[in-house]
Design a protein around this ligand. Sequence first.
Ligand SMILES: [Zn+2]
Ligand SMILES: [Zn+2]
Length: 575
Amino acid sequence: MSEQSKKNSYEELQKLRHSAAHLLAHALSELYPDTKLTLGPPTPDGFFYDCLPTKNFKLEDLPKIEEKMHEIAARDLPLTHKQISKDEARKIYADNKYKLELINGIAADTVGLATQGSFNDLCKGGHVESTGQIKFFKLTAISGSYWRADKNNDALQRISGTAFLTEEDMLADERRRAELDMYDHRRLGKQLDYFSFHGEGAGFPFFHPKGKIVLNELRKYMRSILQEAHYKEIETPIMLSDELWRNSGHYDFYKENMYFSLIDEKSYAIKPMNCPGSILLYKERPRSYRELPLRLMEFGKVHRHELSGVLHGLFRVRAFTIDDTHIYCTIDQIEAEIMTNIGIITKVMKKYGLDTIKIVLSTRPAKAMGSDEMWEKAISGLKNALEKAHLKYEVAHGDGAFYGPKIGFEFIDSMGRGWGCGTIQLDFFQPENFDLKYVSSDGSLQRPVMLHQAIYGSLERFFGAILEHYKGHLPFWLSPVQARILTISQEQRPGAQELFTFLKSKNVRVEVDTSNDTLAAQIKNAQMDKIPWMLILGKKEISEGTVTIRYANGKQDIGVSQDKLITKINELIAE
Ligand SMILES: [Zn+2]
Ligand SMILES: [Zn+2]
């Protein structure tokens, strides 16, 4: 499809979805006349309408509403649009304070009104010609929302749906949704016994033995990569006094998301970020230029209060671990540090089969601290690093934080979804704020620059993301159970035990199927558990001292010797 026709069909689709939102509102007005309709825009995935209903809508109500939408669509009502005076509009919406607020908020003298049959809606225009053109649509969800997305305003209900130009498009979308649902990490996490959530701690994940192995492997790999790049690992406390958070500025800007507690009658906060702890450690003694760049890394567990409505499996939790590095360096060292960072981020994501799709450099905003010279030097350092790494990037002019520019990375997964992880944030503020210094080569005291870097970001979120990305089939090195030994009959059990002991001694995560199931059933179970390798032992294998490897994709290697098995395993782990 050409760029132009892609654009045209996107516009057509948005028109359709906009019209479908009117259709939904029309259906609501006929079924539940006292419902207060507010706003209903098209979205990249479909459309929604927010309303204040007289009854609490539930999922069971959707088919009835959908049926009404089809009925109105079949009336094939022409859609017309005209400008009317605000007074006229106020008369139409005299009993709807939301619509009145919208009308009063419009600067022009007139407002747009869309009409289909006896139903009117405020609207800027851009519809299909008649309701009959809205054929392929579906209502998908009911959720809570707030008037104008402000939680201090009235709580509303949002009905969401999706609409397509063709039936094929709608079916393809249904398949995609089914796939996303099937590989939802919350479902996989339960099925594979990796993690769970409990009402006693909403948003605080519990990792089961198998899930903890995965988390540990994620850490181990990151640790090895960072040690190679001369990062030093530290650990700072979970709780620190309020005073620190007031000094760092988090208290003022982030108080709502922080948890507090008293210790010896003094108020403490559980850390929502790791930076202040790292800074205290830096300040613990005088630092020399010889120590710079000082790269202090920590798997820092942070707690942040998120609203219960936004919690979502491992993607949005209230406690998570960041692979958080703070680099203290001179402004001239920035470029080299960024070069290293970029190298690490791209290497790590490649390891997980995630391709980079977008790199964004955010530059100085209108309101910023620090001198022009500092900003110019820093930004040219970031640019040079990106260019030397031959990476394409976008510049988000003025999008940086007031305290420094930033590079953000986005990756694409196997289901075509983008994931923002990997950020490098420069910080001129905290070194100033905490009066950080180092002794330069001429003996004078100088101010270092600080760099915040996270590669996975939240380990928990990253775990959830790759679990979906791999559709539950984690690669060999990451799998909590790498191999399961299956036997054709009880006779091979002693042999299975020997192989188990041998592989254990080679640090392979292995288990034996001790059920009395048939081989076919054992294979099926191993597949359900998404175990990368099944090691099958029969009479022939035992007498030859070999094993048959059956891979998760169904392929087999027959007659593999123990030596060869270990070589293969080591190759896989080294990959
Ligand atoms: Zn409209
Ligand atoms: Zn930080």
